[in-house]
Design a protein around this ligand. Structure first.
Ligand code: 5AD
Length: 370
């Protein structure tokens, strides 16, 4: 782990030559620990129906002018087939939050079907599945794990309790979310979290706390990105946040800081980076990220899944995104690991806190295909 002083030094960098040096250090660390390959998770945003009212989010419950949708099972399965056909080894299934029995049943049933139909000689256990469907009961998490999902992403958004309260409705609890993360780990999920960077009033001390939180909670995956105002939300309309360039730079410094502090975690270079700069996702890769999430949500509903303004790729098809990302990764000189789950090594190094024998087997099976 880096010292707090070192993390703060990284987050305070401003000169271009220092940024370049940071990018080089993060790249070397990644290369040494995990190699330079980029792992894909095809992203299916399968429903924008949400029971939460987060003050920053474009699909919050009270957002008025969006059409709510849930993809039909067949549309989701077709998207999964597309991912398998393209050699994407893993999927991320994301939706607005709903803790209803029916919503959990729906997800579990889809997971089972995807695992079954995508099993092949290249991926004997089918596509790797990451879920990103919010806070659920421990029993629901267990059902989703048993259905075959083996990773879960649940961002804490900010580890600062006062900040968390400021950007969420009264009653939402940071502790509740941390409890969910711990339950996910206990059940055996490869567990991911993350924060938004450049929130109104957020300091670099807050961000250093976030890095320490990731370390302390022993998470395996990190998904972070800049805060991007959505004009239809309270935080987007009234927030006093740093300039786009500052948020982008801070995000890159956070990616590098996490890579150097916790070298064996997987870190996503998120689409939000690209909303701030056309080359944002390449930049994320160049500061130590090793995961990309090509959007494979079918075209017609993409416009209804805008968490923030200026989300890129809204008019693109899954095929467009496939071709675009190949050239983006190519421009960084890295290669894509096709037909591989791309599990985070951190999960397997962390033997004292999990008992996922079955999943260690999965890692071996996967290694043979890499
Ligand atoms: N800007 C940046 N990221 C956002 N998210 C939601 N709204 C925004 C926004 N306005 C992120 C949150 C959430 C993830 C799915 O998307 O971090 O966890």
């Amino acid at each position: 782990m880096l010292s707090r002083k070192e993390i703060l030094e990284i987050l305070s960098i401003s000169r271009p030559d220092e940024m370049q040096d940071l990018s080089r250090r993060a790249g070397l660390c990644l290369e040494e620990q995990l190699g330079s390959r980029v792992y894909y998770r095809g992203l299916i945003e399968y429903s924008n129906i949400c029971s939460r009212d987060c003050l920053y989010c474009g699909i919050r419950r009270s957002a008025g002018d969006i059409q709510r949708y849930t993809l039909a099972e067949e549309e989701i399965l077709n998207a999964a087939d597309f991912a398998a056909g393209k050699g994407y080894g893993s999927l991320t299934l994301q939706s607005g939050e709903s803790a209803s029995e029916a919503a959990v049943d729906f997800a579990a049933s889809i997971i089972r079907k995807i695992k079954k139909r995508t099993a092949s000689s290249l991926l004997p256990r089918g596509l790797g599945i990451t879920l990103c469907i919010g806070e659920q009961t421990e029993a629901s998490y267990r059902r989703l794990f048993e259905a075959g999902a083996h990773r879960y992403l649940l961002r804490i958004e900010s580890s600062n309790p006062a900040m968390y309260r400021r950007i969420h409705p009264r009653g939402d609890s940071l502790q509740g979310r941390i409890d969910c993360l711990r339950n996910l780990k206990k059940i055996g999920f490869q567990t991911g979290t993350g924060v938004m960077i450049g929130l109104p009033g957020q300091s670099i001390e807050d961000l250093a706390d976030d890095v320490e939180f990731f370390y302390r909670e022993n998470v395996d995956m990190i998904g972070m990105g800049p805060f991007i105002p959505h004009s239809g939300t309270p935080l987007g309309a009234f927030g006093n946040y740093p300039a786009a360039e500052t948020r982008l730079e801070l995000s890159l410094k956070m990616i590098a800081a996490v890579r150097l502090a916790i070298p064996d975690v997987n870190i996503a270079s998120t689409t939000a980076l690209q909303a701030l700069h056309p080359m944002g996702r390449e930049m994320g890769l160049n500061f130590g990220a090793n995961v990309l999430m090509p959007v494979i949500t079918p075209g017609e509903v993409r416009k209804q899944y805008q968490l923030y303004d200026g989300k890129p790729c809204l008019d693109d098809s899954p095929e467009d995104c496939a071709n675009c990302l190949i050239s983006r990764v190519g421009s960084t000189g890295r290669s894509i690991a096709f037909n591989s789950w791309g599990d985070p090594l951190h999960f397997f190094a962390d033997r004292h806190t999990h008992t996922g024998d079955e999943h260690e087997g999965a890692w071996d099976a996967e290694r043979e295909t890499v």
